[in-house]
Write a protein that binds this ligand. Sequence first.
Ligand code: SF4
Ligand code: SF4
Length: 371
Amino acid sequence: MSKVYFASARVKKWTYADSMPGKLERALKEVNLSAHFGKDEWIAVKTHFGSEGSHRVVRPVFLRKVVDALKGIDAKPFVTDTVRIKGLDYLEVANQNGINSLSVGAPVVLGDGLYGNDNIMIKAGEILGEIAVASLIHDVPAMVVCSHVKGHIQAGYAGAIKNVAMGGISSSHRHCGWKCGRGAMHTIGEGRLLWDEEKCTLCLQCEETCPLEGIKFDNEMFGYNEDDCWRCGRCARVCPEGALTLQGDDERFMKALAEAAMSVLSTFKANKVLYINFLTEIQPECDCMPAADVPVMQDQGILISDDIVAIEQATIDLLLNAKPLPQSAADKPERQSGDILFELSKKPYLIQIEEAERLGLGSKHYELIEI
Ligand code: SF4
Ligand code: SF4
């Protein structure tokens, strides 16, 4: 049975030891980092830098605690993420969201280069075939995956599996483009965007949100650069009218996430990846969106494990016990189940975890150890 360490967000004593940074420090001692990582070993601390307007990322103070703990065993950590918008702009987003070398105490670098196409093709499974893993994540011998837990309109739930799957893969490969990148998870076939003129109100939110500035309306008709489009689906997700869609199906998407996570993790030897899930500021959508809504449930705390399936299951079990926060997107009288994230997205997100277990990435059975 896998161990999952839990540091609750609730403060019962007004001491540093009972604060979340203090509990994280203790939890990192408890997991015995030296059992996973060696002296002078380079370690990727993989997080998500967020976006301009989406500020509810893993807070720099927590990344600093992870970096300091790794330095404490004489390892060599650095903080990284893969490119989501133009690389230089993405580093500036990280800076604006407080993630830089001064705040986290280690270099902050891009996992797949300034152009987001520095990657290596790796065998995946029956859905994806092959996939472009960010070269830095492919090459580094060890990783601590720091995931901000939240909802997601397409994935339903976003935690460690999504951080490894989407975050360890590039948007595009220099030869086979989006078909070997994240887009391969998001869509099927040629992944053409479908526009419904009847529903469109010309609000231009899709145009504003495209990271490649690839959408243009000409004479009130939708157009986009299909050759360059990453199939990231962001334009369809922000459309308030459901006028834009990217073809795909939920079950395939969830399974593809698990498959991509498997490909990324296959580049590490056993016991070289640790997962930290931050159940804080749990908002309804991805940190790549142009805004972050108010949290839909109260902060739960921090989980740590070396089993990606166990930590995801433990996270979901905590979220299922949480209450919807007033004045948030989850504050709706017509809610039918106790599953807040499902109510928000109607997506079968548990498939991610079931598929990850089926692929042998870990076990849903865990022992929760409270710090
Ligand atoms: S899917 Fe939409 S937002 Fe994403 S790159 Fe293509 S046009 Fe831009
Ligand atoms: S976001 Fe949707 S409604 Fe707004 S312009 Fe784009 S397609 Fe039309």
